[in-house]
Design a protein around this ligand. Structure first.
Ligand SMILES: NC(=O)c1ccc[n+]([C@@H]2O[C@H](COP(=O)([O-])OP(=O)(O)OC[C@H]3O[C@@H](n4cnc5c(N)ncnc54)[C@H](OP(=O)(O)O)[C@@H]3O)[C@@H](O)[C@H]2O)c1
Length: 317
C-alpha cells in the first residue's frame, strides 16, 4: 500500500477508487482540484460530473476483487451507503447488506491487494446525550443506521492495517446532481415564499461537503490511519443553521419555524446534543474546518450554485 503510481511534475500522484460517486460526497470528491488519479465507481451511471465512471456491483465480491486487481489503486474511498436513517430502521436486512456487508467485502479485497481503505461513518454512532464528542468517547447508537455504521467502522479499524474511518455529520453544499440537503431544500422553499419546519432541539456542527472532501484527500495523502472526527467549524442547531442561511441570503427568516424532533414522528431516533470535536484532525493535518458563514461565502462563488440560484448571488459572488 502507498506505492506511487505516477508523478505530476514534482508532485506524487495517488490513485484512488471512489465508491458512491453519484452521491453528494462522491460529487464533492470528484470536484476536488487535487493531483490524484481518481476512478469513480457507480452501480448504474456511466458518467458523473463529466467524468467516465466504472459500473461495479459492490455486492459482487469477485467483481470488486477483479477491478481492484486491475486498477491497483493506493486507496479506496468508500462513500457508498444507504443514508436514509428511517429506511434503515425499517429495512434491516437491506440496510445491513449495503452498510456492513459491502464494507466487509471491500476490506477483504483491500487486504488481499494491499490497498488502503478510507470509510465514512457518522455521529449517529453516539446517543446525543452529551455531545460534542471526541474520538476517544464510547459510542452508543440509538438507531439501526448508527449500529450498522459502528459495525462497519470496526471492520475497517480492527481488520485492516491501512484503514481510515472518518466520522462526519450533517453534510451540506450544492452539486447539480446530488440529492437535496439542509441548504438546498429550505432554500428552494424560502425562495418560493413557503415556510419550513426545522428542528430546534438537534445540535451539531454541519459539514461543508467540499471542505470534507479536501480533508479526506489529505488524510489519504498522509496515510493517516485510524479514526478521525471531521465536522464543520460552527456548532449550532439545525434551526439556527437554516435561519443563518436565510439571513445570509436576505430571505425571510421568519418563515423558518422551529419544531421539536418528536413532532416529526420519524421511525429512527436522532441524537439530540451531538457534534464532532475536530481538534485531533486539526493537529494532525494543520487543517481547520470552515465556519458556516465562510462556507456560504465559498458557495456563492461556485459556478453551479450561481447558475442554479442567480437571484441569490447577484452582486455578491
Ligand atoms: N449526508 C450526511 O449528512 C452524512 C452524515 C454523516 C455521515 N455520512 C456518510 O457519508 C457517506 C456519504 O454520504 P452522502 O451524503 O454522500 O450519501 P448519498 O448522497 O446518499 O450517496 C450515497 C451513495 O451510495 C450509493 N449506494 C447506496 N447503496 C448502494 C449499494 N447497495 N451499492 C452501491 N452503491 C450504493 C448511492 O448510489 P445511487 O446513486 O446509485 O443510489 C450513492 O452514490 C456515507 O457513508 C454516509 O453514511 C453522511
Amino acid at each position: 500500500m502507498g506505492s506511487i503510481k505516477s508523478t505530476h511534475g514534482s508532485v506524487k500522484i495517488m490513485k484512488v477508487i471512489l465508491t458512491g460517486a453519484t452521491g453528494f460526497l462522491g460529487n464533492c470528491i470528484l470536484r476536488l482540484s487535487c493531483p490524484w488519479d481518481i476512478v469513480p465507481w457507480s452501480r448504474s451511471m456511466r458518467s458523473i460530473e463529466g467524468v467516465d465512471c466504472r459500473v461495479v456491483d459492490l455486492y459482487d465480491s469477485n467483481a470488486v476483487n477483479a477491478e481492484i486487481a486491475l486498477e491497483k489503486p493506493d486507496w479506496i474511498i468508500n462513500t457508498a451507503a444507504i443514508t436514509n436513517v428511517d429506511f434503515c430502521e425499517e429495512k434491516h436486512l437491506i440496510a445491513r447488506r449495503a452498510n456492513v456487508e459491502i464494507v466487509s467485502s471491500l476490506a477483504s479485497a483491500c487486504r488481499a491487494h494491499n490497498v488502503g481503505l478510507l470509510h465514512l461513518s457518522t455521529d449517529y454512532v453516539f446517543d446525543g446525550e452529551s455531545g460534542p464528542y471526541e474520538e476517544s468517547q464510547s459510542p452508543h447508537p440509538i438507531s439501526h443506521y448508527g449500529e450498522l455504521k459502528l459495525e462497519s467502522e470496526r471492520i475497517v479499524l480492527n481488520d485492516l492495517k491501512h484503514g481510515i474511518v472518518v466520522r462526519t455529520m450533517w453534510l451540506y453544499g450544492y452539486t447539480p446532481n446530488a440529492r437535496a440537503n439542509m441548504i438546498t431544500w429550505p432554500l428552494d422553499a424560502l425562495l418560493q415564499g413557503n415556510g419550513v419546519n426545522i428542528v430546534e432541539d438537534q445540535w451539531g456542527n454541519p459539514t461543508y461537503g467540499p471542505d470534507l472532501a479536501c480533508c479526506l484527500s489529505e488524510l489519504c495523502r498522509r496515510n493517516a490511519y485510524g479514526l478521525w472526527h471531521v465536522g464543520g467549524g460552527s456548532f449550532l442547531t439545525r434551526h439556527q443553521q437554516v435561519r443563518e442561511m436565510a439571513d445570509f441570503f436576505s430571505l425571510d427568516a421568519s418563515l423558518v419555524n422551529g419544531i421539536k424532533t418528536e413532532e416529526l414522528g420519524q421511525s429512527a431516533s436522532r441524537p439530540l446534543i451531538s457534534g464532532l470535536i475536530t481538534s485531533a484532525v486539526e493537529k494532525k493535518l494543520d487543517w481547520y474546518p470552515m465556519s458556516f458563514k465562510d462556507s456560504l461565502n465559498h458557495l456563492i462563488r461556485c459556478s453551479d450554485f450561481k447558475n442554479r440560484y442567480p437571484q441569490l448571488v447577484c452582486g455578491r459572488g
